[in-house]
Unconditional design. Structure first.
Length: 172
């Protein structure tokens, strides 16, 4: 008989019989990676969260990296591309990658690959969209402040924000 309050909820997986079993940790790692790509640090954290010892989690993660199932550089590139397509700047992309536990070398390499002109074009497109949605009952100064704040919250650096504001002013 099921618990009436648990409909639709996932139950936490049972802890491993042997928390030091690298083979069991690898099996769990494969299941985790089947659901979604993970950074090496995130996978190791999740394995320890499932009850595996730090040694077993580290060994299983190393095996997944060695087999090519975990690649922080590829994950960073995929996340960065997706975020940039949805109007997010390098600052926010970097913060998300750090939060996901992506290796700092992979983050640096990924952010170095971002084309400044592409980022400016995305910021300008977003700026135009946000400016069109702005209320007509605010001053130009308030509009610039709100637009600048919105672009910064999306992860665009201050140089890009200033450039977008000047460009929009020049085009209007």
């Amino acid at each position: 008989m099921s618990n009436p309050g648990s409909a639709g909820r996932h139950q936490a997986p049972a802890p491993p019989e042997d928390p030091d079993s690298v083979i069991a940790a690898q099996e769990v790692a494969v299941r985790i990676l089947t659901a979604a790509a993970q950074s090496a640090a995130a996978l190791e954290r999740r394995l320890m969260g499932r009850g595996f010892s730090p040694e077993a989690a580290a060994a299983a993660t190393a095996a997944m990296v060695a087999h090519g199932y975990v690649d922080d550089a590829v994950l960073a590139g995929a996340i960065a591309a997706r975020r940039q397509r949805t109007g997010h700047g390098r600052i926010q992309v970097g913060a998300e990658l750090r939060a996901r536990g992506v290796a700092s070398e992979a983050i640096s390499a990924t952010l170095a690959d971002v084309d400044i002109e592409d980022e400016r074009a995305a910021a300008l497109q977003l700026g135009r969209h946000l400016a069109q949605r702005a209320s007509n009952d605010i001053t130009v100064r308030q509009g610039r402040q709100r637009l600048g704040g919105a672009l910064q919250r999306r992860g665009f650096d201050s140089d890009t924000v200033v450039w977008v504001l000047r460009e929009l002013e020049r085009q209007s």
